[in-house]
Design a protein around this ligand. Structure first.
Ligand code: NAD
Length: 489
């Protein structure tokens, strides 16, 4: 049974809690893990505080900290198969997707491991001969890292790697639905030589383990990925202690297709944009915004192809996409679709559970397309986080940009056109943290990820992703100090 990792030791939770993890593809039990409580969170925060204030990690040369990350990357690469399998069992996603995720995690650790020591600070011109000035970067302190269930290991890596290289200590709180690969990650960190107390793992529910991290006066920063409502609760909980916050929240991402696009490629990507991982992707292209003159042919063909998508379990080679994470989540998706139809959306395909034998034990939902949608509908402006595509029409470039930006979120979006000038103009006007031109979904550890608007605060990955975990400190030195005589006495 997987335990909690606190102060360099694996231990049982104080109140002996236990949680069974079930695979969403068939409901069978795939793991049993310790279930921590508020007291365990307290213990882990104290360990992280001590390790930061008294331990060697914040003062270890950055290159040595980076070397630990590079060792983790190497170890993870060797165990990639086991880790990917565990990720698929917890999340129900296709094994090949989990394998991609693990490869991305290795790349993330390699990136942050290799930037270690490359930005030691900067000298500032004081404009004076008698003073020198420089900016140093110091770790923020104790970080509470709270992650969701859709990309459990990847989201943990995006936080753990920069937090460590910057010299922080942390308490990681993964989603209670998908803890297995976070346990594996902590084992790799231990094996890679992370000193005791620097990395701590507490499993458990958000209200029991996550909330105390946000409230605690010993925690200096919360980096959270998850839903908007939870992010807002974390902001409130951390207000009293004025914590630094990095929030990666949801998205309602427009995939804008002009009539002059390469239609075959745009069709192919429109499907992956929304139906990858059954739409449980924060950057999913869940809003198709298509030019009027292309609309009918494009949507007809999309509907035909969506109906061919094969649902199934993670280890079946024929599976093209998997189940939703839980019965409760599927019920939420069903409600969004029902409300959308009641508000006037036209159901073109899906809109129900599959009736294929063998899928009835899992939380499956058919790829769904709702046509003739508009921003007034909840299914268009709120995250359903399921395999649901809404279709909106636009007339011209200005109208496309207006619809693409008509969302309180601003995480990601795409524009499809063969007119390079138009592509650049539209991409620049879209108020989203990532914009793809004639593509969908790629990202790089070297490039910032994050959102405008209510998609969050701050960035992950890239140089700005590292800066979230560093405090710039200005050090001024007067090299020829003399009395100033500002006051006459
Ligand atoms: P969630 O908000 O329900 O939970 C996320 C994490 O927060 C979990 O670990 C949960 O236990 C914890 N939590 C719950 N209540 C808490 C509280 N009061 N205090 C502290 N922690 C608490 O999100 P989810 O359902 O796990 O994930 C889906 C959401 O994540 C979607 O909205 C999706 O868009 C978002 N997401 C965003 C990104 C991004 O990069 N912007 C990436 C992945 C997922």
């Amino acid at each position: 049974m997987a335990d909690l990792y606190v102060d360099g030791a694996w231990r049982k939770p104080m109140h002996g809690g236990l949680r069974h993890i079930h695979c969403p593809a068939d409901g069978r039990r795939v793991a049993s893990v310790s279930e921590g409580t508020r007291e365990d969170a307290e213990d882990a925060v104290r360990a992280a505080r001590w390790a930061f204030d008294e331990g060697p990690w914040p003062h270890t040369p950055e290159r040595e900290r980076g070397a630990v990350l590079l060792r983790v990357a190497e170890l993870l690469e060797r165990r990639a198969g086991d880790v990917a399998r565990a990720e698929s069992l917890d999340t129900g996603k296709r094994l090949v997707e989990s394998e991609y995720d693990v490869a991305d995690v290795v790349a993330c650790f390699r990136y942050f491991g290799s930037v270690a020591g490359t930005s030691p600070g900067r000298v500032v011109d004081t404009g004076r001969a008698d003073a020198i000035s420089r900016i140093d970067y110091e770790p923020v302190g104790v970080c509470g890292l709270i992650t969701p269930w859709n990309y459990p290991l990847l989201q943990a890596a995006w936080k753990v790697a920069p937090a460590l290289v910057a010299g922080n200590t942390f308490v990681l709180k993964p989603s209670e639905l998908t803890p297995s690969t976070s346990v594996m990650l902590m084992k790799l960190l231990e094996e890679a030589g992370l000193p005791a107390g620097v990395g701590n793992l507490v499993l458990g529910a958000g209200s029991e383990v996550g909330a105390p991290l946000a409230e605690h006066s010993y925690v200096d920063l919360i980096s959270f990925t998850g839903g908007l409502g939870t992010g807002q609760r974390i902001m409130e909980a951390s207000a009293a202690t004025v914590k630094k916050l990095a929030l990666e929240l949801g998205g309602k991402n427009p995939n804008v297709v002009f009539a002059d696009a390469d239609v075959e490629t745009a069709l192919d990507f429109a499907l992956t944009a929304v139906f990858l991982h059954s739409g449980q992707v924060c950057s999913a292209g869940a809003r198709l915004v298509v030019q009027d003159s292309l609309h009918d042919d494009f949507v007809d063909e999309l509907v035909r192809r969506a109906q061919l998508i094969r649902l199934g379990g993670p280890f079946d080679d024929r599976t093209e996409t998997g189940p939703l994470i839980s019965a409760a989540h599927r019920a939420k998706v069903e409600e969004y679709v029902a409300t959308g139809i009641a508000e006037g959306a036209v159901l073109r395909c899906g809109g129900r559970r599959p009736d294929e034998a063998g899928l009835d034990e899992g939380y499956y939902y058919l790829p769904t397309i709702l046509d003739e949608c508009h921003q007034g509908m909840a299914v268009v402006h709120e995250e359903s986080f399921g395999p649901v595509l809404t279709v909106e029409r636009f007339t011209d470039e200005d109208n496309a940009v207006q619809i693409a930006n008509d969302t309180e979120y601003g995480l990601a979006g795409a524009v499809w056109t063969q007119d390079a000038g138009k592509a650049q103009r539209v991409a620049r006007r879209m108020r989203h943290g990532t914009v793809w031109i004639n593509d969908y979904h790629p990202y790089l550890p070297q490039a910032e990820w994050g959102g405008f608007g209510r998609s969050g605060i701050g960035r992950e990955l890239g140089p700005a992703g590292l800066d979230e975990y560093r405090e710039p400190k200005h050090i001024w030195q007067n090299i020829d100090p003399r009395p100033q005589r500002w006051f006459s006495g």
